[in-house]
Design a protein around this ligand. Sequence first.
Ligand code: ADP
Ligand code: MG
Ligand code: MG
Length: 895
Amino acid sequence: MQKWVYTFGGGTAEGHAGDRNLLGGKGANLAEMCKLGLPVPPGLTIITTACTHYYENSRTIPDSLKEEVRSGIRRMEEITGRTFGHNERPLLLSVRSGARASMPGMMDTVLNLGLNDETVQALGHDAGDARFAWDSYRRFIQMYGDVVMGLDHEVFEEILEDEKARLGHEQDTELSAVEWQHVIARYKQTIEEELGESFPQDPEVQLWGAIGAVFASWMNARAVTYRNLHNIPADWGTAVNVQAMVFGNLGNSSATGVAFTRNPSTGESALYGEFLVNAQGEDVVAGIRTPQNITEDARIASGSDKPSLEKLMPEAFAEFSEICARLEGHYRDMQDLEFTIERGKLWMLQTRSGKRTAKAALKIAVEMAEEGLISKEEAVARIDPASLDQLLHPTIDPRARRDVIGSGLPASPGAATGEIVFTSEEAVHAQDEGRKVILVRVETSPEDIHGMHAAEGILTTRGGMTSHAAVVARGMGTPCVSGAGTLRVDLRNELLIAQGVTLKKGDIITIDGSSGQVLKGAIPMLQPELSGDFGRIMEWADATRRMKVRTNAETPADARAARSFGAEGIGLCRTEHMFFEDGRINVMREMILAEDEAGRRTALAKLLPMQRSDFVELFEIMHGLPVTIRLLDPPLHEFLPKTDAEIEEVASILSFDPAELRQRVDALHEFNPMLGHRGCRLAISYPEIAEMQARAIFEAACLAAKSTGAAVVPEIMVPLVGLKAELDFVKERIEAVAREVIAEAGVSIEYLIGTMIELPRAALRAHVIAESAEFFSFGTNDLTQTTFGISRDDASAFLSTYLQKGIVERDPFVQLDFDGVGELIQIAAERGRRTRNNLKLGICGEHGGDPASIHFCEEAGLDYVSCSPFRVPIARLAAAQAAFVGRTSAGRSND
Ligand code: ADP
Ligand code: MG
Ligand code: MG
């Protein structure tokens, strides 16, 4: 018989941490904590397959589930000595969602379930605290009314605010039992008015209502958005945890809090967290009251005058720190914990591997490896390559003048500048228009995810380090300042009001997520460096990886940046970029417009020294590392003027008749330039171009070898080859030039001639092409275009629709299409190497910097990947991970 329910509590559990797929992350870890003998309120987990069953059977629950839940609750009753729905010692429950992958803030929890007009009396009586019982009841009605019955939580907040104002209270904790009863009466009345039904009094009905709501919330818009953004499949489903309640709102010896075993922002190895006295559930993260620090050190550092947990409840604190250390050691990772203290007794409610900034991730991984908790390989494996992007974020130049208008908490590092917008819709809209914005909110909620993604930075005026804004921003690597209390948002008039200044929507501000400062205007920024922990991880990564990492670069600035990021050569130098520069473009045009070969050669002779000096510089920067130079690739019309005005101007510079120039431009027009007269086809029509480029390369190689003392072995790459004969034709010309230069210089020159593989035909005929080619470089941008028959420049019109409608899983121009383009790469690699077993293989498309694609390259046995300079560190790390973990789930199929 199918088992739908796993119980935990009382020192044992039916599941354990390894059952994550079945129990969800939260359930699996609750079970594990029980097994470790930690104080966890007893409970049960309804497994994820029950959720899948629910959706596959028109939203109904499996038959035997009810009975299993009932017997699970009986077990909880035995352990706690309380009875669910009973009028003497009522057992109250929390109903909590918990998917395989943690989805913070995405699914809703219902607390204090089981309360009704009778059990609330019993609870108060039993605890000897009526205020507590009514506070719990009103919380239950609020949550249940919102999550299960679908009444907007603001309805309840308004009533509460209204009552507080009427009674002259500031804090929720100030309300007495009688006052809460009054609030509750209004809550219930509003529910009846708004929904035409009354608040359910039967605990059984409440329970199944809540369980159904958890299942239903798996498909709510917030959850769907989150899953799409994080590639979580819809059919995973969520588990439901039903757990005995423990109460942090049982007066001043009770509290609730969240903590990290290390600082999630900096990585510092010290317990870090926040708590509230006499509070429950989400009070800490909701930003309703300002939370207190857990440790005394943190309190002092933050300058808070409110006592730390360490001072206030030393015994519970001591037990808690011990548990933290134990859990970190057990899971061998930084933990994110939730706990509640009920009348001095500590209860653990959750543990999971904590989300952290890239900076913290590096520090934690390096320190854990040094502490001997994990190996160096594991340390390397723990870093998400894409997250390194965060460290490549600019920071504010310390020498810059800072016009500080306010400050809050340094919630997510990095600095960002942009226009002020106040809604997520505006942020998304601005991004579509290519404008950079800072999303300014009182606080954020899961509905803001889209806007948060679109913004350069996030600023909130309320909420702590664990507020929604802070947690989500850190996860996304977006700079964030939270809880900037000195600033005020006036939504109606679209103003951000600071002491002394008022800013409007559209005004420019800068936020510094590392210091918490909010500044007026744009501030000069500094580019980051790869030192410290970053350097260590890179060192360890380099020791593990097999593939080399090169860069795509044609300018000295890019080449130098790439070297500083650890590039091991140039995988793609696009020579045409060098012709677009001022002072060269007209010589290039002269060459294109020449009547005959002699005319072209005259112009090419002028280009030769320019190309040569470019190459000398690149060779010198690369100091003996391999440099792959691609011969002229784009269709010639790209170099010619387009508008009438441009034609006039160029005609006068080149002393050409404008009408005739117009004619020549028109004649070079192509219907399908991507598939037109370009690549090696140019070199075949005009061999003198390739000859000039080859000469520039060889002469530069001689000069650079002399100046650097390092041997320079240029790799000359012939683009867009589909036929061996094409390559042979160009290769012969290059070799002839090589012989000339060798004779002239009296030195021997080593070089390689190879081809880009960017046409399906070339991939299929690789064994033949490899007879002539000494290396292949997969030009995956064009190979993706030519395999799919999709022009990248025109794809935006329909590719986003394809993504939306699920026709493709992901953009094949971002992540390699493993099954189609990938198979061509595998075929080419395998056939090419069959002919020439030392054939050098690399990739130089955009995909060379994409971690999942890099994993594919490792599997395909490529020798190196080449990517843009700023992605080099990401590629180094991804290549290392690929070397020992193999392809990840990120590499899912498009078919
Ligand atoms: P989330 O996934 O959003 O963190 P949780 O299921 O962890 O949701 O619940 C949120 C909060 O509710 C917890 O941090 C805790 O404060 C409170 N809570 C959950 N279960 C219990 C319980 N059994 N007793 C007391 N409080 C609980
Ligand atoms: Mg929640
Ligand atoms: Mg939680």
